[in-house]
Design a protein around this ligand. Structure first.
Ligand code: SF4
Length: 436
């Protein structure tokens, strides 16, 4: 009889794509996706250890599943992802109802672990890191494609190099084959995924890979995440020259203070970073730039924080992911003294987010009365009567439902800009986009 699986996914796009791979692998092994945890025979928690909040949410949801396990004795509970890798013993102690634990590099062992049916955990195995599986993707139009695994950077606050291991790049032939297959199945957009995509190195470097991917002929190609230190002029030229490369880059700054950037071991200073922003805007007109900021890193003074605010005002990002520094056991910053009090972190974060909201709205308002091309993704989550899609610059746009379907590329005249999305009307197919 067919069994079913429910996956809780926490954290980044890397984890979302790992869950897609797990579902793909399990469907080859007789599982279908369950609509709710209560319907499932197997529940997997695909965890994230980057921030304390995601970890706490995982432990609380894991605790609630205990009652389900009591009622349904043959329910199997597995914990995957970075928390699993980092805290194997702690997970078993806090939650004895967990059956097995596997790290982010061990997805391929999942069918075997299910057969063994014993309490166990599996460590990172870098030899398996390049292994690929057919993912069961959430979208029929846009797909994530892993191009590399792990990270060599050891930013002092980050747990990723310890949980996902050192960098391993997938061979270009395997990446291109996966993208060709996606195109044949009707996909129009891919996002190349890695912790630090521009340090990709295999038979070619990242800009070489972009050229190979562009030759497949998809309408849109994106990539995430880029490390500012590895963003070279050659790479920016490749982005400018290849028409399928979308006009959006996510380039995490983390702090505007050189002192804090050094303590974070980021490998660049603010002046280097600022030059790269200028280069991107000069060579890729209309490019949207988003970023990550951490406030309250140990030792961050009022002056350091003000430098970050000045950086934001000067750069004017299209959007920002900002977080309070979260202490992660096992990282270099964990033992740093001079932790910033929680209340100070909260105040700093709120002020920064307010500033960014004003800038995001201003950026979006500049889209009003312009024409954009959107790739339709489906129904709007907030208004059933409308469709939603994304511009090449990654702005969310909603339009009246005129019968367009997922995967259509549609020209839209933007009528209204809001903080988190734009509203528009479909316009003549021949119209040229005036904004990205
Ligand atoms: S680049 Fe730094 S922040 Fe990003 S995954 Fe690697 S160590 Fe973590």
């Amino acid at each position: 009889m067919e069994k079913s699986v429910y996956i809780y996914t926490y954290g980044c796009q890397m984890n979302v794509h790992d869950s897609e791979k797990m579902i793909g692998l399990l469907s080859e092994n007789g599982y279908k996706e369950a609509g709710t945890p209560a319907e499932a025979d197997l529940i997997i928690f695909n965890t994230c250890a980057i921030r304390e909040k995601a970890e706490q949410k995982f432990y609380s949801q894991l605790g609630r599943i205990k009652t389900l396990k009591k009622k349904k004795k043959d329910l199997v509970i597995a914990v995957a992802g970075c928390v699993a890798q980092e805290m194997q013993k702690k997970v078993f102690t806090r939650a004895p109802h967990v059956d097995f634990i596997f790290g982010p590099q061990n997805i391929g062992l999942l069918p075997d672990l299910l057969k063994r049916g014993q309490k166990m955990s599996v460590d990172i195995n870098p030899a398996l890191a390049g292994e690929e599986f057919t993912a069961e993707r959430g979208s029929r139009t846009r797909a994530w494609v892993s191009i590399m695994y792990g990270c060599n950077n050891f930013c002092s606050y980050c747990i990723v190099p310890y949980t996902r291991g050192r960098e391993v790049s997938r061979p270009p032939s395997s990446i291109v084959a996966e993208i060709r297959d996606l195109k044949a199945r009707g996909y129009r957009e891919v996002t190349l995924l890695g912790q630090n995509v521009n340090s990709y190195r295999s038979d070619t470097d990242f800009k070489g890979l972009l050229r190979l991917v562009a030759s497949v002929g998809l309408d849109r190609v994106r990539f995430v995440t880029s490390h500012p230190r590895d963003l070279t002029a050659d790479l920016v030229d490749a982005i400018a020259e290849l028409p399928c490369l979308c006009e959006h880059i996510h380039l995490p700054l983390q702090s505007g203070s050189d002192r804090i950037l050094r303590a974070m071991n980021r490998g660049y200073d603010y002046a280097d970073y600022r030059k790269k922003i200028d280069m991107l805007r000069e060579r890729v007109p209309g490019i949207a730039i988003t970023s990550d900021i951490i406030v309250g890193f140990p030792g961050e003074s009022d002056e350091d924080y003000l430098e970050t605010l000045h950086a934001l005002e000067s750069i004017q990002y299209d959007g920002l992911f900002a977080f309070k520094y979260s202490k992660r056991r096992g990282t270099k910053a964990y033992s740093l003294e001079d932790q910033v009090p929680e209340i100070v972190k909260t105040t700093r974060l709120n002020r920064l987010l307010k500033l960014q909201d004003e800038m995001t709205l201003k950026k979006n308002l500049a889209y009003e009365n312009g024409i954009v091309e959107i790739l339709v993704e489906g129904r709007s989550e907030t208004d059933e009567g409308r469709l939603c899609g994304r511009t090449r610059s990654n702005k969310i746009v909603t339009i009246q439902d005129n019968g367009d379907t997922e995967g259509d590329l549609v020209k839209v005249l933007i009528m209204k800009a809001r903080m988190h999305s734009l509203e528009g009307i479909r316009t003549d197919k021949q119209a040229q986009a005036t904004r990205f």
